[in-house]
Design a binder for this molecule. Structure first.
Ligand SMILES: [Zn+2]
Ligand SMILES: [Zn+2]
Length: 350
């Protein structure tokens, strides 16, 4: 995957990508990504920041450095927009809103998997009575690796990373504390930011709660992780019917009126949204075709075995299996594939 835009290291250059919209790149050490684009939208009241980056001191430090370089005092940040519930997008939002008092804007269905406030009944029944309940719930939610539904590689970060996360629980929680949006955007809701009128577009698939913002008058689209310029966004089997919903979301963006520039969360601005949408759709069609072919070759096969056909060895593991599982479930929903279970492992025949 050499030469992918999304893997480039975060640049310290501040670029004006559209009138009044600055791009600040923040570093990420996240599966296959080098940076996240934080967009700063200026108006008379100050700034709205879209996707302020990863949780943790390193990303925070670069955010502060970039804001200073862009001449944006933190007190002038009045709004934080989070495009979806992945940590490279919402990570710094909670800390930043605490620092600035800024409003947090996200999708109506925005939800992280490890919000200590989303307590389930019985979550803490067997907890030590002296335990800090929020920290306890957080650590339990992080109690990864979790078994995968298809009986393959467990889901979650690598074991070394988890040990570190557990031992630094309290500090992690301070950084990972998920934001509670103060303004939730439903499909087609209008919001004014950076002296532009934006329409919120419900674009599920990559996550259930993915939000794009469209400035129809000027043909600008903030497209988060829905359309990326040189990698195909991850589609997870853990999101219900994700492949179909992701493709429907692509079609929806394709059907918008004028889009002169699409601003992704990773990589450079795109001027040919339609072309890129077509390529990403084609990628998913090919993936489905490959599954049909490999299934003919292997007969009943596990998600793991099929993922080893679809992906190169360096990509094998939980993410590749999850993506394979998403496509197999898509075929199963269309009644093009059957599934059965053997000793806790799902086997598919397409
Ligand atoms: Zn994402
Ligand atoms: Zn992302």
């Amino acid at each position: 995957m050499a030469g992918k835009q999304e893997q480039e290291d975060a640049s310290d250059e501040i670029t004006e990508v559209a009138p009044g919209i600055l791009r600040l790149q923040l570093p990420i050490d996240f599966v296959g990504l080098g940076h996240v684009n934080c967009y700063a939208l200026e108006d008379q009241r100050g700034f709205a920041l879209v996707d302020p980056g990863m949780p943790g001191p390193a990303s925070w430090q670069s955010l502060m450095t970039r804001l200073a370089a862009a001449d944006i005092p933190t007190r002038r940040v009045h709004t934080i927009v989070v495009t979806h519930s992945h940590p490279d997008h919402f990570g710094a939002a909670s800390m930043l809103s605490k620092e600035t008092g800024a409003e947090v804007v996200a999708h109506d269905r925005f939800r992280t998997l490890f919000d200590p406030r989303d307590l389930d009944d019985g979550d803490l029944d067997d907890a030590d009575p002296g335990a800090d309940p929020e920290l306890e719930v957080f650590l339990r939610r992080l109690d990864l690796p979790r078994p995968s539904p298809w009986g393959g590689e467990p889901l979650g970060p690598p074991r070394e990373r988890l040990e570190e996360m557990r031992s630094r629980g309290a500090e992690m929680l301070q950084w990972m504390w998920p934001p509670r949006p103060s303004h939730r955007v439903r499909d087609l809701d209008r919001i004014r930011l950076g002296d532009r009128d934006w329409v919120g577009l419900d674009t599920p698939g990559h996550t259930d709660d993915h939000l794009c913002l469209y400035d129809e008058e000027h043909g600008v689209l903030l497209c988060g992780d829905q359309v990326l310029p040189s990698i195909t966004p991850h589609v997870s089997g853990m999101v219900d019917d994700s492949v179909q919903r992701f493709v429907d979301s692509l079609d929806r963006l394709d059907g918008l009126g004028r889009v002169d520039i699409a601003l992704p969360a990773h990589g450079h601005p795109m001027t040919d949204l339609h072309g890129r949408v077509a390529e990403i759709k084609e990628h998913h069609e090919q993936r489905l075709d490959e599954l049909r072919r490999y299934s003919d070759e292997l007969g009943w096969a596990s998600v793991t075995d099929l993922s080893h056909k679809l992906f190169r060895p360096r990509s094998w593991g939980g993410m590749a299996e999850d993506e394979t599982y998403a496509h197999l479930e898509h075929l199963r929903r269309r009644q093009e594939a059957s599934v059965r279970e053997e000793a806790g492992v799902l086997l598919y025949k397409v």
